[in-house]
Design a protein around this ligand. Structure first.
Ligand code: AMP
Ligand code: TRP
Length: 332
């Protein structure tokens, strides 16, 4: 059976190594497999759940598309589009919001993290964010959704919404999607704190490798990355007590394609500084060409616009048909 892949990335700037290893690298592998039908969405409606500068947002939408292509997604094969231009997403989100329960949304940890202490001041959009995400996925009958580990709970919610909708209306219209989350290192941590997720919003740029970083920046950030005072671990079990070592070896292993066990064995007992030279090298080999390509592509505005235009047309065709079916089921 053909896999239908759907995933989204927010155009909020600073796409980083976590986005790459947790999501985009998998998109590229899925896109290369001719068995799959892939749709990759720049989720601009999700982005405005927190404040955005309109000019920056526009720039970031283009940059996210450029990052997809620079990373190796083939726009001739996969659909690339931005969410706001396909109105079925907002419309389906409203209907599904009437299926989703408050109790379910109240459990979402991402809302709690992003809203912070003052929940009263968070936008309604930030709260209902996972319902819109469910609409994104369900409109395309996606069978598989590649995401980083942090999105697992949202996907479970999407499955619950689909199941409840089907039960409430006694239909089999919404397909229940499967998450595709890499087993090893689906969560890349900050270079400054091995217990904190690598994130776009972290103030210190030294905490992450951006996909637009150049060779020297990458080398400098790895040099300054936090470690512990011990030599490199000599077995995998040690890693659980050593979050920074675990994160850095994990990054090395993901990028080099070497298993975690082999990677630990290779550097066992060495100084961190020696290991960091190797880590910088694999990062530079992988990220610097992507960074160069992104910078080239963001200047080719009409090329990016053409991709989005075609992508939106194709996405709209699929999504509006599905929305009509959903509307009919609820009695509109
Ligand atoms: P976002 O930028 O929040 O839209 O995330 C886009 C994709 O990157 C999602 O699939 C996330 O799960 C993934 N992602 C974001 N941060 C990380 C991280 N630190 N480690 C692994 N995956 C991540
Ligand atoms: N919420 C996801 C994130 O922040 C982005 C997203 C929106 C998404 N819609 C989606 C991911 C649909 C997968 C499928 O990372």
């Amino acid at each position: 059976m053909k896999k239908k892949i759907f995933s989204g990335v927010q155009p909020t700037g600073n796409l980083h190594l976590g986005n790459y290893l947790g999501a985009i690298k998998n998109f590229v592998e899925l896109d290369k497999n001719n068995e799959n039908e892939c749709i990759f969405c720049v989720v601009d409606l999700h982005a405005i759940t927190v404040n955005q500068d309109p000019r920056e947002l526009k720039k970031n939408i283009y940059e996210t598309v450029a990052t997809f292509i620079a990373s190796g997604i083939n726009p001739k094969k996969s659909i690339i589009f931005n969410q706001s231009q396909v109105s079925a997403h907002s419309e389906a989100a409203w209907i599904l919001g009437c299926t989703a329960r408050m109790g379910w949304l109240n459990r979402m940890t991402q809302f709690k993290e992003k809203a912070g202490k003052d929940k009263e001041k968070a936008s309604i959009g930030l709260y209902s964010y996972p319902v819109l995400m469910a609409a994104d996925i369900l409109l395309y009958d996606a069978t598989h959704v590649p995401v980083g580990d942090d999105q697992k709970q949202h996907l479970e919610l999407c499955r619950d919404i689909a199941q409840k909708f089907n039960n409430d209306f006694r239909v089999d219209e919404l397909k229940i999607p499967e998450p595709l989350i890499k087993k090893d290192f689906s969560r890349i941590m900050s270079l400054k704190d091995g217990l904190k997720k690598m994130s776009k919003s972290e103030l210190s740029d030294l905490s992450r490798i951006n996909l637009t970083d150049e060779k020297d920046q990458i080398i400098n950030k790895i040099k300054k990355a936090k470690t512990d005072p011990l030599p490199m671990p000599s077995n995998v079990n040690e890693l659980d007590q050593r979050p920074e070592a675990k994160n850095l070896i994990g990054i090395f292993s993901s990028l080099s394609g070497m298993t975690l066990e082999k990677s630990v064995e290779k550097f066992s007992g060495e100084n961190f500084s020696k290991f960091k030279e190797h880590l910088s090298q694999v990062l530079v080999d992988k990220i610097a060409p992507i960074s160069e390509e992104i910078k080239k592509l963001i200047n080719e505005k009409s090329y990016i616009e053409e991709i989005l235009k075609k992508g939106c047309q194709k996405a709209d065709e699929i999504a509006s048909k599905k929305l009509k079916k959903i509307q009919k089921i609820v009695g509109f």
